[in-house]
Design a protein around this ligand. Structure first.
Ligand code: PMV
Length: 344
């Protein structure tokens, strides 16, 4: 009763900010994201009678009790679903800095959901087994849609890290119809998301807490009223592989979300002076003919978007800007998969 899963972080092109149901994590609007090839979480889960209580280890640092409890609560959901009562050991490893605005909770809860469901004896769809050794034929099955619903209850945006490539999470008004699915596979478009890391430190207010007060912003109503238009534009941009439309729509949505954050009470200002400097350089480079766009999550790091053929040029123009500590270059990636490489 042991399984390991690898899941990518995802970056939202159309963002999710605000819930209509806190407990079930039903979002106020639908969102669209891209899975990131170089921001991965690996998680091994084992259920065993040898364990007297649940334990959770993050290999690069230790998690606060509150975060551990979120993991244990998620194990409870999976135990309830599979009617087992065994305690579990969970070990997890990120290949990128946790809690710095790169959604480690997304890849984390996606990997945890997939690994724990497999360890608890559920048969996943064939796509999730990317190795031949394991020809499982279990009687109890779980679909990709159901996996995304479970992951969503653990951490909203985690549902988008399960399907492949570009993913839509449709808002839904019940738990059953708020789920994520692939719009286009990982081979669809040769794009780059280049993350400029300006800070590795943990943010003070995480997204779950931050979005509890969305309605204190006078701009929230306006954001929701215009979200459908941006969502449609983004789908058109993806369908027609229209990079300028993708970039303009992604930037507009990012700025709309940050305007809401910054006008909440208390205000959430995730940008640093380095963030702002990079935004200005993006505008300047675009004026001089380089098609590069930005988006930013709940943190100070900036995600630059360009087409694959411009990767080197964009990296060279941005890597030595003041305050840029390191960068991570991502392509469009598959979603969560089971793996044979166990962490313990
Ligand atoms: O699901 P959470 O709690 O990781 O919230 C994600 C919120 C943003 O990253 C800011 C936007 C998004 O859609 O990913």
């Amino acid at each position: 009763m042991k399984a390991t899963a690898i899941a990518p972080a995802n970056i939202a092109l159309i963002k999710y900010w605000g819930k209509k149901d806190e407990e079930l994590r039903l979002p106020l609007n639908s969102s669209i994201s891209m899975n990131l090839s170089n921001c991965l979480t690996t998680t091994t889960v084992e259920f065993s009678p040898a364990y007297k209580k649940d334990t959770f280890f993050l290999s690069d640092n230790s998690k606060s009790d509150k975060e551990k409890n979120r993991v244990f609560k998620h194990l409870d959901r999976i135990r309830k679903l599979t009617k087992i009562s065994l305690k579990a050991k969970v070990v997890t490893k990120n290949n990128f800095p946790s809690s710095s605005g790169i959604a480690s909770s997304a890849s984390g809860f996606a990997a945890l959901t997939v690994a724990a469901c497999a360890a608890a004896g559920l048969q996943l769809p064939e796509l999730f087994y990317n190795f031949s050794a394991r020809a499982l034929k279990l009687s109890k099955t779980i679909t990709e849609k159901e996996l995304t619903i479970l992951a969503r209850i653990g951490s909203g945006s985690a549902c988008r890290s399960i399907p492949d490539g570009f993913v839509e999470w449709s808002t839904g008004d019940t738990s059953e119809n708020s789920y994520a699915y692939s719009l286009y596979p990982e081979t669809y478009w040769d794009l780059r998301d280049i993350i400029l890391i300006v800070s590795n430190t943990e943010k003070k207010i995480g997204s779950s807490k931050g979005m509890e007060s969305v309605w204190s912003s006078p701009l929230m109503q306006e954001r929701l009223k215009t979200e459908d238009v941006r969502l449609k534009k983004m789908k058109n941009a993806l369908q027609g592989k229209d990079f300028s439309l993708l970039g303009e729509t992604m930037e507009a949505d990012c700025l709309s979300m940050h305007a809401v954050m910054q006008t909440q009470n208390p205000p959430l200002f995730y940008w640093t002076k380095e963030t702002l400097e990079i935004i200005k350089v993006v505008y300047k480079k675009r004026e001089s003919g380089l098609p590069v766009f930005f988006t930013i999550d709940a943190g100070p790091n900036v995600h630059l978007f360009c087409e694959g053929k411009l990767e080197k040029e964009v990296v060279n123009k941005f890597k030595s800007l003041k305050g840029v500590k390191s960068l991570i270059i991502n392509k469009l990636a598959v979603g969560a998969r089971l793996s044979e490489k166990e962490l313990f």
